[in-house]
Design a protein around this ligand. Structure first.
Ligand code: UDX
Length: 432
């Protein structure tokens, strides 16, 4: 099939490349010409394991192309995916749909024959209805169908999550659209993915409810970990003990720092904003947002007590600063709260991250990037393991403990307390 992906961020680029790898002809469109010119040369602007290779492979076999010409790209395509950003509005918790509605307007002026228009961006419930209204101002309803087909891609695992989805959700009442989209996804359905056809609004809500539930699950285990620390219980045992119940499920029960990223913080706020608009109180999700926002100050007070409130001139090393492993994304990362607060208290901070230097920290005093784990650890009093990169899972801390009393604060519980203590190093974990 001939597809047009509008927006080449995580969603549009990964989905477009994967659709092309499934045998479709895909044009990825973006108004950022510099980005498009780089993509034409196979230069990928986002850190996503495996994406470079897939882009190059499908550019070579001519199934994938990049363009800034929306008009021409729409003309050549049967299905148009809206994959533009829906960030949180300034001073509000609602999603900003400006880009989505602008794309809908420009599409409506370019369509000459029947097209399926799919929102893959995460959009609040009823957005599909709005898009339909905007397009029908310039176009007869016979010439288009607006469908919701949300993505469930995790950064760092996006290609795997696209190619082996637990489920594909398609929201439309139109049989014509349903048949075409089911055909598009048939290679994934035949590999065993569940295929769910529902109304457009349900599909829109499923996306938000999924992310809000995952954020709730993480916040739940994070709060249980706070209790575990008070009663000498290991939260990892609790995660296994409850997760083995199929009704609970083992995944997303790893206690850690506050959740971050480009989705959970944004989507939990957006679903609450939708519920406020429809006069329903999503009190559980509201408390999840609050609990997660408080988590960073809770971790900070723990760091202060580990250092016996003597922060000034203390050398603190952060291993990892992105919001999680296998991504270079810093959005809503815990480190954006922890590092500035410690720097303001006079700490001398080194950080190492496998994805390299982060300009965002350049404005803080005494925060420097070390280009290796060894260099970062060498001078430190306290090592904070912030993300769960494989690079951090088998560090020989012993060789650093000869020169001085070392302390490790393991925010991802990568190590066992007893092993580290046997090296003569003080160990603090999360929920243990
Ligand atoms: C999430 C959803 O998983 C994905 O389905 C949706 O499409 C986009 O949002 P992403 O934000 O990329 O994906 O990352 P994810 O792996 O879900 O982690 C989100 C946050 O939760 C991170 O801060 C991560 O560190 C944290 N997390 C995740 C935990 O603290 N514990 C866990 O067990 C899992």
């Amino acid at each position: 099939m001939k597809l047009c992906m509008i927006g080449t961020g995580y969603v549009g680029l990964v989905s477009g490349v994967c659709f092309s790898d499934m045998g479709n002809n895909v044009i990825c469109v973006d108004k950022d010409e510099r980005k498009i010119n780089n993509l034409k040369k196979g230069i990928v602007p986002i850190y996503e394991p495996g994406l470079d290779e897939l882009v190059k492979k499908n550019l070579k076999n001519k199934r994938l192309s990049f363009s800034s010409d929306l008009n021409k790209s729409i003309k050549k395509s049967d299905i148009i995916f809206i994959c533009v950003g829906t960030p949180t509005k300034k001073n509000s918790s609602a999603a900003d749909l400006t880009y989505v509605f602008n794309v809908a307007k420009s599409i409506s002026r370019k369509i000459k024959k029947f097209k399926i228009i799919i929102t893959k961006s995460t959009v609040p419930v009823t957005t599909g209805d709005e898009i339909e209204k905007i397009i029908s101002k310039n176009l007869s309803k016979k010439l288009f169908e607006v469908v919701s087909n949300p993505e469930f891609l995790r950064e760092g695992e996006a290609i795997r999550d696209f190619m082996y989805p637990d489920r594909i959700v398609v929201g439309t009442k139109s049989n014509k659209a349903r048949n075409k989209i089911k055909n598009l996804y048939s290679p994934l359905i035949s590999k065993g993915s569940k295929y769910i056809e529902t109304s457009r609004r349900s599909a829109e809500l499923i996306k938000y409810a999924a992310n809000a539930f995952l954020a709730t699950k993480i916040t739940f285990i994070n709060e249980i970990s706070n209790l575990c620390e008070k009663i000498d219980v290991d939260v990892e045992d609790v995660s296994i003990g409850i997760g083995s119940d199929k009704r609970v499920g083992e995944r997303f029960l790893r206690a850690g720092p506050a959740y971050g990223g480009s989705c959970f913080p944004k989507d939990t706020k957006a679903i609450v904003s939708t519920s406020d608009k429809f006069k329903t109180n999503l009190s559980v999700i509201k408390s999840v947002i609050k609990s997660n926002e408080n988590r960073n100050s809770l971790l900070l007070s723990k760091i202060y007590s580990i250092l016996k409130n003597k922060i000034k001139n203390k050398k603190i090393t952060f291993l990892g600063v992105t919001f999680k492993a296998n991504t270079d994304d810093m959005r809503d990362s815990s480190s954006l709260k922890l590092i500035p607060a410690l720097s303001n208290k006079g700490a001398i901070i080194n950080y190492y991250d496998p994805t390299g230097y982060k300009r965002i920290f350049s404005k803080y005093k005494n925060v420097t990037y070390s280009s290796s784990i060894n260099e970062a650890i060498n001078k430190s009093d306290l090592i904070i393991i912030h993300t769960e990169w494989n690079d951090f899972k088998s560090i020989d801390f012993k060789k650093y403990s000869k020169s001085k009393k070392l302390i490790i604060y393991d925010l991802r519980n990568l190590y066992s307390r007893s092993k580290i203590n046997n090296m003569g190093i003080k160990y603090y974990g999360i929920g243990r």
